[in-house]
Every structure is written in C-alpha cells, then in structure tokens.
Design a protein around this ligand. Structure first.
Ligand code: GDP
Ligand code: MN
Length: 398
C-alpha cells in the first residue's frame, strides 16, 4: 500500500525526520487561511497523488501571493494529474499540501528498501539530486552509496559517516544525517515498510538537512498489525478493480493484456499466465480465487474480470483440490446470468467433481468451450481472443 506525501511526512515527523512546515487543504476556499496559518509570503503547493514526477507535470508550484495560491488550488483540485509515473489517465487530485518554501543549496537522494538477496534493510544514497534513481543506477551506478543494516546490531555510526562523507556533508550535517537515518530505519522496521524514499533530501542554504519529498510504501501482508496505517489508505488512488477485489478477499492484479484469467492458487495462476504468453496471448489480470472459493466468490471474481474493457476472452483454470469443481461451475453460471458476457469463455476443470462441473456447464445455455489440458485451454483461449476483438479494440489500434 502506498501513502501520500503528506502522510509519509507525518510519519517522518513522528520519527524525528525533519520536514518543511505544511498543511493539507482539500478546497480552494481554505487556501488563504492555510497560508495565513503557515505565515510567510511564499508557499509551495503540492498535488497529493500516488505518483512521483509531479514537479515536471505542474503538480508542484511555488506561489508568491495568496491570490495565486488560491488560483493554483482551483486549477489542481478536482482534476487528474498525469505524470510520467501515473500512467496516461493520471490520478485524481483530492488534496494539496501547502508548505513553507525551503531555500535549497543541494539536492540529495536517500532511500531504504529491503534487499532480499542479503536479507538486510538497504540504505541507498546519492549526491546526484533531481535525477531518478533508476536512471542513475543505469548510467552511473558508482555514484550510488550503499549501507546494509544488520538486524541484530542496527545502523552503525561508521555507516552513517561513510554515507555522509560520500554525500559531501560536513561534521554537524553528518550528525543530523545519523539522527535522520536512525529515525528512518526505525520507521521502516516498525511500520513494516517496503520502501522509504526521500527525493530530494535537501541541504538548505543554512546547512540543515530536510526531507523535501517523502514516499512510503507499506508491506500489504503486514497491514493486519497496523490498523492506524491501514486507515491511511486512499482508494481514489488505487485501481478500482483491485479495490473491489480486496473487498471480496480476492487476490487480483490488473495487467495489460486481453485474456482474463480466473485460477485457484497463486502458483497455478502464474503457470496459467505463462502458458497464455507461450501460446502468443497476453493476460489481462492475475487472479487467485483462493483454495476455499465459494460459488459467490467465483461469481464476484467473474464479474470483476468482465468489468475490464480490455478483456476479449476468459480462461477459467481450476484444479479442484480443496474447492469442488461443481461449485465453481455454479459460480460461473450464476455470474454469467447476472452480467452479459460478450466474450468467449474457455474452461478447464480438473480434480474433485470435475466431470460434474463440466456437465453443468454443458447443460447450461452458456457458450463455454471446455478443454481437458492446460495447454489446450491456453491455445483455445488465445485463438478465441483473436476471433473476438473486444468492443474497444479499434480505439486501441488492434
Ligand atoms: P515530485 O516531482 O513528485 O518528486 O515532487 P517533489 O516533492 O520532489 O518536488 C519536485 C521539485 O520541486 C523538487 O525536486 C524541488 O526541486 C522543487 N521544490 C519542491 N519544494 C520546493 C521548495 O520548498 N523550494 C524549492 N526551491 N524548490 C522546491
Ligand atoms: Mn520527488
């Protein structure tokens, strides 16, 4: 789960990481009051969306008076902001962070992530600010400084000094860096983060370190023990189908292709997607309906797949181990009755009550093709998708 910049900065403050003074607004009418409360005569207005690259997209602006502040708030609030990271449709701007401007001397980069290969929390830092870390990693990897924290001993002073010298900081700044890194490390571990990124971390004209931007991603699997963090979720920033799936306890991830996949078991779902690719198709989603799928959940899953306009054919691949294939068939039949299905459906059922399930499908009035092997199913669905261009295939240039 991703947090907004303002939420990440609130967490930073809790862990002693300095951030600019700011306040959140959700309506242009309160912009002037927010400015008055912050004081000063210039402000930075920052669109709160779950994507970086806002600066270049006009989502971060410096304003010099209250009238312009209010005008910028009107321009941004209620619209969608498209950045290089958001996809072409952009993300809705529901709120703005209004901050006191920072006088920047240098822009640095600092992040923490989990490095699985070494089983350590990894700090990445660079003196090259204002550049995306991916670009830097590709073009000048030697300019990225690394520090791996041993979980038993924690962050060591020598690691802070090494990074601090590498970043060109002076003695007192290295001291501040130590406090900041300690705070970030505690935040990362205590909140079960998967990524904390500050781009840019700035050295101000008076020599202080301050997190000008803030990005925190949390490990979804650990949200169960952080109800306070889970409450920070902003569904307006998430794929609506993924949010719907979560509400039904379905494991769904939307992808770029045109073949909807309904599978039980994450491993089987991956293998199914591989086979679809192998036969020349592209999956529209990953979906694991789970081992204990009921007819209702299957119906919900089916509706979810069909709600994606990219889907030109559906592949159902169920291995009935815990789940019964007749229940799956009932779910498919129920869902298809409820929503109009304009695309072909290929079904492969195997395992408990498979014959019964296939018979139910055959006896229903649905135009369902069946397959007896996974390879045959993949082949059939790819061909079926080719024969049935979806309703919006033309506008996507296919
Ligand atoms: P992003 O583009 O979504 O990553 O948004 P950032 O929060 O990183 O802001 C983009 C850029 O705006 C920063 O890299 C800074 O160069 C600039 N910026 C943001 N806030 C301030 C500020 O308070 N003062 C100055 N001088 N520049 C700022
Ligand atoms: Mn940034």
């Amino acid at each position: 789960m991703n947090l907004h910049e303002y939420q990440s900065k609130q967490l930073f403050q809790r862990y002693g990481v300095p951030v600019p003074r700011g306040t959140l607004i959700a309506a242009p009418e309160v912009a002037a009051a927010a400015a008055a409360q912050l004081g000063g005569s210039r402000w930075v207005v920052k669109a709160q969306v779950h994507a970086g690259g806002r600066g270049k997209a006009g989502g971060v602006v410096l304003v010099e008076d209250r009238a312009t502040l209010e005008a910028e708030a009107r321009r941004l609030l209620g619209t969608r902001l498209a950045t290089l990271q958001s996809g072409p449709d952009g993300l809705p701007v529901g709120s703005l962070l209004v901050e006191q401007p920072t006088a920047i001397a240098r822009e640095l980069y600092l992040s923490l992530l989990l490095e699985r290969a070494t089983e350590r929390v990894l700090f990445m830092a660079s003196a090259v600010g204002g550049m995306e870390i991916e670009t830097l990693a590709a073009q000048a990897p030697e300019r990225i400084l690394l520090a791996r924290v041993h979980p038993a001993v924690g962050l060591q002073p020598y690691q802070v000094r090494r990074l601090g010298f590498g970043l060109g900081l002076d003695g007192s700044q290295i001291k501040s860096l130590g406090v900041l890194m300690e705070g970030l490390y505690r935040l990362f571990v205590e909140c079960d983060a998967s990524l904390v990124e500050i781009n840019p971390l700035v050295v101000t004209e008076t020599g202080e370190l301050i997190a000008l931007d803030a990005k925190v991603n949390l490990d979804d699997n650990a949200l169960g023990r952080h109800p306070d963090l889970e409450a920070l979720r902003d569904p307006t920033q998430e794929d609506p189908r993924e949010a719907e799936a979560r509400a039904h306890d379905l494991n769904y991830i939307s992808l770029e292709g045109n073949i909807g996949c309904m599978v039980n078991g994450a491993g089987l779902a991956m293998a199914t997607m591989d086979l679809v690719q192998l036969h020349g198709g592209a999956p529209a989603n990953f979906l694991d309906v789970g081992g204990g799928a009921t007819a209702e959940r299957v119906a919900e899953a089916f509706k979810l797949i069909l709600s994606d306009p990219k889907v030109e054919a559906v592949l159902v691949n169920i291995f009935g181990g815990i789940v019964r294939c007749d229940l799956i068939a009932a779910g498919i039949i129920g869902a298809v009755r409820e929503v109009r299905v304009a695309v072909p459906v290929v079904v492969r059922l195997e395992g408990t009550n498979a014959a019964q399930g296939l018979q139910m499908l055959a006896e229903s009035d649905l135009a369902v093709e069946t397959a007896s092997s996974l390879s045959e199913a993949a082949d059939k669905v790819v061909k079926a998708a080719g024969r049935h261009p979806g309703p919006d295939a033309e506008e996507r240039g296919q």
